[in-house]
Design a protein. Sequence first.
Lengths: 382, 379
Amino acid sequence: MSGLDESELRAFEESVSTFVTKGDAGKSSPREIWQSVADLGWSSLAISEASGGLESGTSAIAIVARNLGEALLETPFISTGVVASIVLDQAQGSVKDPEHIAALLEKVTTGDVVVGVAVEELFGDPAFVQLELGGSAEKPVLDGRSAFVIDAGIADHLLVPAKQADGTIAICLVSSDADGVTIDPASSSIDGRDVRAVTFEGCRDVRCLGAPCAAIENAGIALRLALSAEAIGIMAALNKMTGEYLKVRRQFGVPLARFQVLQHRLVDMALDEQQSIALVERACNVVDAGSDDAMRMVLISRSFTAKAVRRVAEDSVQLHGGVGMTDELAIGHYLKRALVIGAMLGGIDEDLRLLSEQPQRPWFGDTAPLERTLVQPNPATV
Amino acid sequence: MDERLPATTREKVLAGRPLDKHEHVEWHKILNERGWYTGHWPKSVGGLGWSPMQRWIFENEIYYRGSPWLIPFGVTFAAPIIYTFGNDDQKARFLPAIKSGDAWWAQGYSETGAGSDLANVSTRGVRDGSDWIISGSKIWTTTAHWADMIFAIVRTRASDKPQAGLSFILIDMASPGVSVEPIVSIDGHHHLNQVFFDEVRVPDANLVGEEGKGWGYAKFLLEQERILAAEVGRCALDLDKVKALIAQPRGIRPPLGEQGIWSRRVAELEVRLTALESTALHMLSKEQSGEEIGVMASMLKLVGSELSQEIDAASLDAINDLGLSADHFGDSSAVSPWARPDRFRDGVIGQYLYGRAATIYGGSSEVQRNILSKTVLDR
């Protein structure tokens, strides 16, 4: 991805923020918001210029995700605007009929098509893939149940991985109204996101996009960064609301903000937010520069921000006291979104496990001094 | 417990799902057959005269075995104030229905302007002949929508000191002018309410003890209740649930418990729960030998509520596959023979969410630390 330069990003930031706060986005349906996003041209941030997209890099994706998070808006950004865009774009090279995919991408760009994505199976352990792709290469048949398909309830197409007879994984694109596709009537997510279980029974209307490849890895990177950025937006909203509440809520004859113990708590919450901002910004830059350190920075970003946003959300409930426990206030809804951000893609523990498997890298310079001495044989034992 | 706790009730408790009023009353009446619901009342008022240690053993045993929450508002909060500070007429009128489970009570303490600063209540009682006219509102009143009676601290006199001039008054929820507004909490359920009093007429015979001394009675009660606030039995059950959750395979993946980080996390929670239990037992035996346990008992609520939240968080983290959504690969029936797999997940999430209130109600953790700091600094 080429990425926008600094001044372009600043201008972009301003227009996204204006869209989210000034518009009446909060009252619209996920699909209506998505149409507005597309009308502004932001539905194709992750699509390459060659395919008619903006190819604006993860920094721009993070800006959109952060603003959607701050406003707690429901729209198929991470499914369609991030994951499906990247996977479909890069799949064009490996399918028989690239013109079909190109036509689909154009409809993604215009906002006319939403793609539901089985993110947990797509980016998790292949062992979790529950769908089976049988039949022949010419006439594939899809069976099984996919438990976590984001935005399936409002989608025109579904992107799901399936296991083939030889044990390998194939990425499948299925029309959501095809015969043999049953989408659960209700969302199973606790945070208001559209997440459905989808059952496939002898579904023949399947387009195989080939095996998982660099496209999936790139989509996984962009998705983790989008979740991290969403977490930052949530922290920004919660810290603002909580700070304002402590200034107006009076107990013992003074505003709560006068109590030092609460001031320190607010400071800790702000530190979580600030460190997350810095981390995610750096990770986006590293990814957009094409550095081989990208995955490491992405895993660090998601694990840190997911933990930080849960801490901030829990503290926001505590500092709001009884009203923080009510469904009426947004605080609890932010908390639920924070929990889901931390639980997706195998959770924070999975990020840390993958991080521990990343290649060693020196903190400064080209080599790590300690590593160099350690590999030297101990003269006493030679 | 094994013979008499209704199976559906036990199933709901173990799955972390809320009970209806009938299920609570049914269990109350079963326990009352042996006098156990009011075992801690003195014999002179129909109790079994249990020592705090006996009550501690009873409560921890039954919570650990899946007992519903013993609704404290009548039996444990209102009754001791009535039988300690009330007159014979009040004892005769209110205690029998509290004991039998025929009257449901609610607690009218917090107000919108009086949370941590409880003494700042503004609900007013104005004398009118032999009655009091009550106006104002109480908030966070758990199960007030089921209540027949509410006890409230009400300002009956202006005073320089906010704690003075408050009275302890028993109000019939059926009185004209009483209305209940539901408050839905972040777990999506309706436990909480706001109760409004619009010139509600209450006879003077319902004012307990001396007019203007209500704060002292409420404080007396809180001191009585501090040791039980640790809820070790419930925490122990919840910790066992975590152990069961991490012991089961997740689809074709190995159980979380096989990861060192998880077995260590659970072991650490076990260490901390045992430390809390030991502290409570230490204070109970001190109390039993007539020693003054002092304000340090507040630490039991503080430590207990924070620990229970961490146990709930461990359960939540143990089910975090598939973004916490209700559908999942693993079968949770192994968690408990009574748990419904499809609902257990809801139970874990709901319990985590509602459990966030534990460090807010009954004196927030911040208030508890303020109280404790005075003692610690005086040492």
